[in-house]
Design a protein around this ligand. Structure first.
Ligand code: NCD
Length: 330
Protein backbone atom coordinates (compact mmCIF):
# COMPACT_ATOMS: atom_id res chain seq x y z
CA UNK A 1 0.00 0.00 0.00
CA UNK A 2 1.47 3.34 -0.97
CA UNK A 3 -0.40 6.50 -0.11
CA UNK A 4 -0.30 8.82 -3.06
CA UNK A 5 -3.73 10.39 -2.88
CA UNK A 6 -2.30 13.90 -2.99
CA UNK A 7 1.32 13.89 -3.87
CA UNK A 8 4.06 11.38 -3.40
CA UNK A 9 7.04 11.82 -1.15
CA UNK A 10 10.56 11.71 -2.47
CA UNK A 11 11.84 9.56 0.37
CA UNK A 12 13.45 12.64 1.88
CA UNK A 13 12.58 12.93 5.56
CA UNK A 14 11.52 16.56 5.94
CA UNK A 15 10.14 15.84 9.42
CA UNK A 16 13.52 15.14 11.04
CA UNK A 17 14.10 17.35 14.07
CA UNK A 18 10.75 19.17 13.71
CA UNK A 19 8.07 19.94 16.28
CA UNK A 20 4.57 18.58 15.62
CA UNK A 21 2.28 21.31 16.95
CA UNK A 22 -0.58 21.50 14.47
CA UNK A 23 -2.00 19.36 11.68
CA UNK A 24 -1.74 22.48 9.53
CA UNK A 25 2.03 22.11 9.51
CA UNK A 26 1.89 18.95 7.36
CA UNK A 27 2.18 19.06 3.59
CA UNK A 28 0.45 16.36 1.56
CA UNK A 29 3.85 14.78 0.91
CA UNK A 30 4.62 14.69 4.64
CA UNK A 31 1.27 13.07 5.41
CA UNK A 32 2.12 10.40 2.82
CA UNK A 33 5.54 9.93 4.40
CA UNK A 34 4.03 9.35 7.86
CA UNK A 35 1.31 7.00 6.61
CA UNK A 36 3.68 4.96 4.47
CA UNK A 37 6.18 4.68 7.31
CA UNK A 38 3.39 3.60 9.66
CA UNK A 39 2.40 0.90 7.17
CA UNK A 40 5.96 -0.44 6.99
CA UNK A 41 6.12 -0.54 10.77
CA UNK A 42 2.70 -2.17 11.09
CA UNK A 43 3.75 -4.91 8.71
CA UNK A 44 6.91 -5.43 10.75
CA UNK A 45 4.96 -6.21 13.90
CA UNK A 46 5.26 -9.79 12.73
CA UNK A 47 9.03 -9.42 12.61
CA UNK A 48 9.80 -9.51 8.87
CA UNK A 49 12.35 -6.76 9.36
CA UNK A 50 13.85 -5.85 12.66
CA UNK A 51 12.94 -2.41 13.91
CA UNK A 52 13.15 -3.36 17.54
CA UNK A 53 16.42 -1.48 18.04
CA UNK A 54 15.69 1.48 15.76
CA UNK A 55 15.44 3.98 18.64
CA UNK A 56 17.83 2.30 21.04
CA UNK A 57 19.46 4.86 23.31
CA UNK A 58 16.72 7.47 22.72
CA UNK A 59 14.30 8.69 25.39
CA UNK A 60 10.74 9.93 25.02
CA UNK A 61 9.26 12.02 27.83
CA UNK A 62 5.49 12.08 28.02
CA UNK A 63 4.37 15.20 29.90
CA UNK A 64 0.61 15.00 30.39
CA UNK A 65 -1.27 17.69 32.29
CA UNK A 66 -4.70 16.29 31.37
CA UNK A 67 -6.16 12.77 31.54
CA UNK A 68 -5.21 10.34 28.78
CA UNK A 69 -5.29 6.61 28.20
CA UNK A 70 -4.73 5.94 24.50
CA UNK A 71 -2.52 8.83 23.54
CA UNK A 72 0.01 8.50 26.34
CA UNK A 73 0.13 4.72 26.39
CA UNK A 74 0.30 4.35 22.62
CA UNK A 75 3.18 6.86 22.49
CA UNK A 76 4.95 4.90 25.21
CA UNK A 77 4.19 1.58 23.55
CA UNK A 78 5.48 2.96 20.23
CA UNK A 79 8.77 4.09 21.81
CA UNK A 80 9.29 0.82 23.67
CA UNK A 81 8.54 -1.26 20.56
CA UNK A 82 11.30 0.60 18.72
CA UNK A 83 13.81 -0.09 21.48
CA UNK A 84 13.71 3.38 23.07
CA UNK A 85 13.03 4.38 26.66
CA UNK A 86 10.28 6.38 28.30
CA UNK A 87 10.04 8.74 31.25
CA UNK A 88 6.87 10.53 32.19
CA UNK A 89 5.10 13.28 34.10
CA UNK A 90 1.45 12.51 34.73
CA UNK A 91 -1.24 15.09 35.39
CA UNK A 92 1.54 17.54 36.23
CA UNK A 93 1.13 16.55 39.88
CA UNK A 94 4.61 15.14 40.15
CA UNK A 95 6.17 18.14 38.38
CA UNK A 96 7.17 21.69 39.29
CA UNK A 97 4.28 23.18 37.32
CA UNK A 98 2.48 22.62 40.65
CA UNK A 99 4.96 25.11 42.09
CA UNK A 100 4.26 27.60 39.30
CA UNK A 101 7.10 26.80 36.90
CA UNK A 102 6.52 28.26 33.43
CA UNK A 103 6.12 26.07 30.34
CA UNK A 104 9.06 27.93 28.78
CA UNK A 105 11.37 27.02 31.66
CA UNK A 106 10.14 23.45 31.52
CA UNK A 107 10.87 23.34 27.76
CA UNK A 108 14.51 24.27 28.39
CA UNK A 109 14.94 21.81 31.23
CA UNK A 110 13.25 18.75 29.69
CA UNK A 111 15.32 19.20 26.52
CA UNK A 112 18.32 18.12 28.58
CA UNK A 113 16.64 14.92 29.69
CA UNK A 114 14.86 13.60 26.61
CA UNK A 115 15.35 13.27 22.84
CA UNK A 116 11.67 13.95 22.14
CA UNK A 117 8.72 15.14 24.26
CA UNK A 118 5.00 14.45 23.81
CA UNK A 119 2.92 16.93 25.79
CA UNK A 120 -0.78 17.32 26.59
CA UNK A 121 -2.12 20.39 28.36
CA UNK A 122 -5.58 21.95 28.93
CA UNK A 123 -4.72 25.38 27.47
CA UNK A 124 -4.77 26.25 23.76
CA UNK A 125 -1.27 27.17 22.61
CA UNK A 126 0.43 25.73 25.71
CA UNK A 127 2.41 23.07 23.84
CA UNK A 128 3.69 25.72 21.40
CA UNK A 129 4.81 27.82 24.40
CA UNK A 130 6.72 24.82 25.77
CA UNK A 131 8.20 24.08 22.33
CA UNK A 132 9.36 27.70 21.89
CA UNK A 133 12.27 27.05 24.26
CA UNK A 134 12.76 23.31 23.69
CA UNK A 135 15.75 22.15 21.69
CA UNK A 136 14.32 18.66 21.01
CA UNK A 137 11.24 17.81 18.92
CA UNK A 138 7.98 18.45 20.79
CA UNK A 139 4.76 16.68 19.84
CA UNK A 140 1.40 18.22 20.69
CA UNK A 141 -0.64 15.41 22.22
CA UNK A 142 -3.64 17.73 22.65
CA UNK A 143 -3.75 21.41 23.74
CA UNK A 144 -7.16 22.43 25.03
CA UNK A 145 -9.79 22.53 22.29
CA UNK A 146 -7.18 23.53 19.74
CA UNK A 147 -5.24 20.70 18.07
CA UNK A 148 -4.40 17.01 18.40
CA UNK A 149 -2.35 16.38 15.25
CA UNK A 150 -1.18 12.82 15.96
CA UNK A 151 -4.78 11.68 16.51
CA UNK A 152 -5.64 13.18 13.13
CA UNK A 153 -2.80 11.29 11.47
CA UNK A 154 -3.96 8.01 12.95
CA UNK A 155 -7.53 8.84 11.94
CA UNK A 156 -6.35 9.42 8.38
CA UNK A 157 -4.32 6.21 8.47
CA UNK A 158 -7.46 4.35 9.56
CA UNK A 159 -9.48 5.86 6.71
CA UNK A 160 -6.79 4.93 4.21
CA UNK A 161 -6.45 1.37 5.56
CA UNK A 162 -10.21 0.87 5.26
CA UNK A 163 -11.01 2.84 2.10
CA UNK A 164 -7.69 2.89 0.17
CA UNK A 165 -8.30 6.46 -0.96
CA UNK A 166 -9.28 9.91 0.26
CA UNK A 167 -10.45 11.68 -2.88
CA UNK A 168 -14.14 11.19 -3.55
CA UNK A 169 -15.05 10.21 0.01
CA UNK A 170 -18.00 11.68 1.88
CA UNK A 171 -17.15 12.11 5.55
CA UNK A 172 -19.60 13.05 8.32
CA UNK A 173 -18.61 14.55 11.66
CA UNK A 174 -21.17 14.33 14.45
CA UNK A 175 -21.23 15.59 18.03
CA UNK A 176 -19.11 18.32 19.54
CA UNK A 177 -17.48 20.03 16.58
CA UNK A 178 -16.81 23.19 18.57
CA UNK A 179 -14.48 21.78 21.22
CA UNK A 180 -13.22 18.49 19.69
CA UNK A 181 -9.56 19.08 18.93
CA UNK A 182 -9.42 15.75 17.07
CA UNK A 183 -12.05 17.05 14.64
CA UNK A 184 -10.19 20.34 14.18
CA UNK A 185 -6.95 18.55 13.39
CA UNK A 186 -8.50 15.96 11.08
CA UNK A 187 -10.21 18.73 9.11
CA UNK A 188 -6.82 20.48 8.79
CA UNK A 189 -5.40 17.34 7.20
CA UNK A 190 -8.41 16.78 4.94
CA UNK A 191 -7.83 20.13 3.25
CA UNK A 192 -5.34 18.29 1.03
CA UNK A 193 -8.01 16.03 -0.48
CA UNK A 194 -11.11 16.31 -2.58
CA UNK A 195 -13.74 15.25 -0.07
CA UNK A 196 -17.32 16.09 0.81
CA UNK A 197 -17.72 16.97 4.48
CA UNK A 198 -20.99 16.91 6.45
CA UNK A 199 -20.97 18.66 9.82
CA UNK A 200 -23.78 17.42 12.04
CA UNK A 201 -24.20 19.13 15.39
CA UNK A 202 -26.37 21.14 17.75
CA UNK A 203 -25.96 24.83 16.76
CA UNK A 204 -24.16 25.46 20.08
CA UNK A 205 -21.56 22.86 19.10
CA UNK A 206 -21.01 23.96 15.50
CA UNK A 207 -17.57 23.91 13.91
CA UNK A 208 -15.73 27.20 14.58
CA UNK A 209 -15.37 29.49 11.56
CA UNK A 210 -11.60 29.52 12.05
CA UNK A 211 -11.51 25.77 11.37
CA UNK A 212 -13.93 26.02 8.45
CA UNK A 213 -11.70 28.77 7.07
CA UNK A 214 -8.82 26.31 6.72
CA UNK A 215 -10.85 24.64 3.95
CA UNK A 216 -11.10 27.82 1.92
CA UNK A 217 -9.43 26.61 -1.25
CA UNK A 218 -12.71 25.21 -2.59
CA UNK A 219 -11.60 21.60 -3.21
CA UNK A 220 -14.01 20.38 -0.54
CA UNK A 221 -17.75 20.52 -0.57
CA UNK A 222 -19.23 21.39 2.85
CA UNK A 223 -22.69 20.78 4.30
CA UNK A 224 -24.08 21.43 7.76
CA UNK A 225 -27.16 20.04 9.49
CA UNK A 226 -28.50 19.62 13.02
CA UNK A 227 -29.46 15.94 12.50
CA UNK A 228 -27.85 12.90 10.94
CA UNK A 229 -31.08 12.24 8.99
CA UNK A 230 -30.68 11.91 5.23
CA UNK A 231 -26.97 12.71 5.26
CA UNK A 232 -26.30 9.19 6.54
CA UNK A 233 -27.07 7.50 3.21
CA UNK A 234 -24.23 9.32 1.46
CA UNK A 235 -21.53 8.81 4.06
CA UNK A 236 -18.45 6.64 3.58
CA UNK A 237 -17.08 7.61 7.00
CA UNK A 238 -18.92 8.75 10.13
CA UNK A 239 -16.64 10.32 12.76
CA UNK A 240 -18.38 10.45 16.13
CA UNK A 241 -17.28 12.59 19.09
CA UNK A 242 -18.05 12.96 22.76
CA UNK A 243 -19.40 16.29 24.01
CA UNK A 244 -16.30 17.76 25.67
CA UNK A 245 -17.87 18.63 29.02
CA UNK A 246 -14.59 19.82 30.52
CA UNK A 247 -14.26 22.60 27.91
CA UNK A 248 -17.50 24.44 28.73
CA UNK A 249 -17.00 27.60 30.78
CA UNK A 250 -20.76 27.72 31.45
CA UNK A 251 -22.36 24.51 32.81
CA UNK A 252 -25.75 25.75 31.59
CA UNK A 253 -24.51 25.87 28.00
CA UNK A 254 -23.34 22.28 28.41
CA UNK A 255 -26.80 21.22 29.60
CA UNK A 256 -28.38 22.95 26.59
CA UNK A 257 -25.94 21.54 24.06
CA UNK A 258 -25.66 17.99 25.35
CA UNK A 259 -28.49 15.99 23.83
CA UNK A 260 -27.12 12.58 24.79
CA UNK A 261 -27.52 11.36 21.22
CA UNK A 262 -26.86 7.71 20.58
CA UNK A 263 -26.09 5.76 17.42
CA UNK A 264 -27.34 2.18 17.39
CA UNK A 265 -28.30 -0.48 14.82
CA UNK A 266 -31.59 1.27 14.15
CA UNK A 267 -30.15 4.73 13.53
CA UNK A 268 -27.58 3.25 11.17
CA UNK A 269 -29.92 0.99 9.22
CA UNK A 270 -29.85 3.14 6.08
CA UNK A 271 -26.10 3.62 5.95
CA UNK A 272 -23.95 2.32 3.10
CA UNK A 273 -22.99 -1.25 3.96
CA UNK A 274 -19.32 -0.31 3.88
CA UNK A 275 -19.66 2.84 6.01
CA UNK A 276 -16.87 3.05 8.56
CA UNK A 277 -17.74 4.26 12.03
CA UNK A 278 -14.91 6.05 13.83
CA UNK A 279 -14.51 7.62 17.27
CA UNK A 280 -11.31 8.91 18.89
CA UNK A 281 -12.55 7.46 22.22
CA UNK A 282 -13.32 7.65 25.09
CA UNK A 283 -16.91 6.87 24.16
CA UNK A 284 -19.72 7.76 26.50
CA UNK A 285 -23.24 6.97 25.27
CA UNK A 286 -22.73 8.20 21.65
CA UNK A 287 -22.33 4.72 20.21
CA UNK A 288 -24.35 1.84 21.65
CA UNK A 289 -22.16 -1.15 22.50
CA UNK A 290 -24.39 -3.32 20.27
CA UNK A 291 -22.46 -1.77 17.36
CA UNK A 292 -19.07 -2.92 18.67
CA UNK A 293 -19.34 -6.25 16.85
CA UNK A 294 -20.76 -4.62 13.69
CA UNK A 295 -18.32 -4.78 10.76
CA UNK A 296 -18.79 -1.01 10.26
CA UNK A 297 -17.32 -0.25 13.71
CA UNK A 298 -13.62 0.63 13.37
CA UNK A 299 -12.98 2.59 16.56
CA UNK A 300 -10.97 -0.08 18.36
CA UNK A 301 -8.84 -0.72 15.30
CA UNK A 302 -8.42 3.07 15.06
CA UNK A 303 -7.03 3.09 18.63
CA UNK A 304 -4.61 0.28 17.72
CA UNK A 305 -3.47 2.19 14.63
CA UNK A 306 -2.25 4.91 16.99
CA UNK A 307 0.73 2.75 17.88
CA UNK A 308 1.93 2.38 14.26
CA UNK A 309 1.44 6.05 13.43
CA UNK A 310 3.25 7.16 16.60
CA UNK A 311 6.08 4.69 15.91
CA UNK A 312 6.38 6.29 12.48
CA UNK A 313 6.41 9.83 13.86
CA UNK A 314 8.99 9.08 16.54
CA UNK A 315 11.28 7.38 14.02
CA UNK A 316 10.89 10.24 11.51
CA UNK A 317 11.34 13.09 14.02
CA UNK A 318 14.42 11.38 15.42
CA UNK A 319 15.78 10.95 11.88
CA UNK A 320 16.00 7.18 12.15
CA UNK A 321 13.77 6.39 9.20
CA UNK A 322 14.06 5.31 6.51
CA UNK A 323 17.26 3.61 7.63
CA UNK A 324 17.58 2.05 4.22
CA UNK A 325 16.27 3.52 0.96
CA UNK A 326 15.47 0.13 -0.53
CA UNK A 327 12.69 -0.59 1.96
CA UNK A 328 9.66 0.11 -0.12
CA UNK A 329 6.11 -0.22 1.14
CA UNK A 330 3.76 -2.71 -0.43
C1 NCD B 1 -9.57 12.66 22.48
C2 NCD B 1 -8.88 13.86 23.10
O1 NCD B 1 -8.21 13.72 24.14
O2 NCD B 1 -9.01 14.91 22.51
N1 NCD B 1 -9.10 11.44 22.94
C3 NCD B 1 -7.99 10.89 22.38
O3 NCD B 1 -6.93 11.47 22.39
N2 NCD B 1 -8.13 9.72 21.78
C4 NCD B 1 -11.04 12.77 22.41
C5 NCD B 1 -11.83 13.03 23.65
O4 NCD B 1 -11.29 13.19 24.75
O5 NCD B 1 -13.06 13.06 23.52
Amino acid sequence: MRVNAAGTHSGENTLAGRHVLSAEDFSAAEISLVLNTARVLEQDVNGRRDFRRLLQGKTLTTAFFEPSTRTRLSFESAMLRLGGQVSSIQYGRSSSSEKGESLQDMGRVLSGYADVVAMRHPENGSVAAFASTASVPVINAGDGANQHPTQALLDLYTIFREKRRFDGLTIGFIGDLKYSRTVHSLISLLRHYQVTLHFISHPLLALPDSVKGSLADGRQSLQESPELGKALRDLDVLYVTRVQKERFADPLEYEQANRNYQLNRDTLQHSKPDLILMHPLPRLQEIHSELDSDPRAKYFRQAQNGVYVRMALLALLLAQFPPHRAWATD
